[in-house]
Design a protein around this ligand. Structure first.
Ligand code: UD1
Ligand code: MG
Length: 467
């Protein structure tokens, strides 16, 4: 049976103290609600799924929103969701009603809360499996402190759920129950639509509670079964930035564990952040305070020093990235050495055994096998041949204020320190440039080019004195 998904995200999130809607605050670098949509997409579907891991046919994703419509629609523009406006937040039942027009009565309906970002696909799969043998499947969890939550009421046998009672409406005896409603449930579309019509708001909060449908289901003799997540953190909601930070750390600890189980030693799993997808080989070492963004792949035996930022890049086997380096949209080959304090900007490509040392910046440039730029250099729009040596302080002058131009440096070339290579310019194979040169014309292979003023000596010259 196909699944219609309803994500409840109309709450204002006042306690975030933010102009950004709560559900757009990022966790692991991804807006909370986007993370939830990604998780739903993993359930598998013909129409929506990008990376299906199960075979559940997700028919539609319906997002109930109330605040920050423009920001939400911009942030989520890549997603095929139905937008369901809940202009006034009259309760979770009223919220689901705003999606009614998109709910196929033939479908199962999965209700999710937009501010509990760590829900896992495995857990939703488990709930879906429970629903296969029940009319309603509820995701519940046991909490040591269930204050504020809806309590799960069971019959004397404990096997059957008969109602959910909200904390504010609960008796003292009911408040002692530690099994709570996570807000996540799966119901038959036709049943749900019927029950929503019957909701009333005569309760402590004057709201239309979605949770009231459970007592209606029980009254009709429907079977209501539960499933539990592996960890309560999966269903924990974010109300303020303190909660957000707590869930961020929980997520990062899990990312750290995944990296360790895949072959990386982490100097400190508590000082490690993945904001995207990190793939590691065996015997990788990652020192403290490194951040991995986008898609990053590290080969075997890669070592990353302290305080590095790696974004959308691949680093091949046996390479060392020393402390305080930044690698963005770059490809680093095998057995290379980068940093400390190197900055590889987008389009940087290092061939095998290349070296980029401290205070070297590269952009849209390729270093050939064994080529070196060890100190204080800028290589922009440049191609450097194998085993070339770029002396300290070399600058490729790639920009004339309007256009960018290319610099080509041949294999085995030697560029003396503090040279400016004014692009477009080509330095031939095994050519040498004298230190301090400003090179504006191409240099032939096997040639020494010196482009600087000659040294003069004025003997007995006297310095000016103060007037
Ligand atoms: C709800 C449940 C409670 C459960 C708890 C778990 C109800 C009545 N209660 O309580 O049983 O233990 O979640 O966290 O369902 N929302 C809307 N429109 C509204 C109201 C809420 O979209 O009119 C959204 C919120 O943005 C949020 C979610 O629904 O994402 C839950 O709402 P919230 O106000 O946090 O419900 P709780 O009182 O926590
Ligand atoms: Mg809540």
């Amino acid at each position: 049976m196909a699944l219609s998904v309803v994500i409840l995200a109309a709450g204002k999130g006042t306690r975030m103290q933010s102009s950004l809607p709560k559900v757009l605050h990022p966790i692991g670098g991804v807006p909370m609600v986007q993370r939830i949509i990604n998780t739903v997409n993993k359930l598998g579907s013909n129409k929506l799924g990008s990376d299906p891991i199960y075979d559940i046919d997700v028919n539609s994703i319906n997002l109930v929103y109330g605040h920050g419509a423009d920001l939400l629609k911009t942030a989520l523009s890549d997603n095929a969701v139905n937008w369901c406006l809940q202009a006034e937040q009259l309760g979770t039942g009223h919220a689901v009603q705003q999606a009614a027009e998109f709910i196929d009565p033939q479908d199962d309906v999965l209700v999710l809360v937009g501010d509990a970002p760590l829900i896992k696909a495995e857990t939703l799969r488990k709930l879906h499996a429970v629903k296969a043998n029940a009319d309603v499947a509820l995701l519940t969890v046991d909490l040591a402190d269930p204050t504020g939550m809806g309590r799960i009421i069971r019959d004397a046998s404990g096997d059957n759920i008969t109602a959910i009672v909200e904390h504010k409406d609960a008796t003292d005896a009911q408040r002692k129950i530690t099994e709570i409603n996570t807000g996540v449930m799966i119901l038959n579309g036709a049943d749900l639509l019927g029950w929503l019509d019957g909701l009333e708001n005569n309760n402590a909060q004057g709201e239309f509670y979605l949770t009231d449908v459970i007592a209606m289901a029980a009254a009709q003799g429907k079977s209501i079964q539960s499933a539990q997540p592996e960890s309560a953190v999966e269903v924990e909601g974010v109300n303020n930035r303190v909660h957000l930070a707590k869930l961020e750390r929980a997520l990062q600890l899990e990312n750290a564990q995944q990296a360790m189980l895949s072959g990386a030693t982490l100097a400190d799993p508590a000082r490690f952040d993945v904001r995207g997808e990190l793939t590691v080989g065996n015997d990788v070492f990652i020192d403290v305070n490194c951040v991995f963004e986008g898609t990053v792949t590290l080969g075997n035996n890669v070592r990353i020093g302290q305080n590095c930022l790696l974004q959308n890049c691949t680093v091949a086997d046996d390479t060392v990235i020393e402390a305080n380096s930044i690698v963005q949209d770059a490809q680093v080959g095998e057995a290379c050495q980068v940093g400390p304090y190197a900055r590889l900007r987008p389009g940087s490509v290092l061939s095998k055994k290349a070296k980029v040392g401290n205070f070297v910046e590269m952009k849209k440039s390729t270093l050939g096998e064994g080529a070196k730029a060890n100190h204080l250099t800028y290589l922009g729009d440049a191609t450097v041949g194998a085993n070339a040596n770029i002396g300290a302080g070399t600058i490729t002058c790639n920009y004339d204020g309007v256009n960018k131009s290319q610099t080509v440096i041949g294999a085995n070339a030697f560029i003396g320190s503090n040279s400016s290579l004014v692009a477009p310019v080509t330095i031939g194979d095994t050519a040498t440039v004298g230190a301090g040169s400003v090179v504006t014309k191409d240099v032939e292979d096997n040639t020494l080019a010196i482009a600087r003023a000659k040294q003069r000596h004025l003997s007995g010259w006297e310095r000016p004195s103060k007037k």
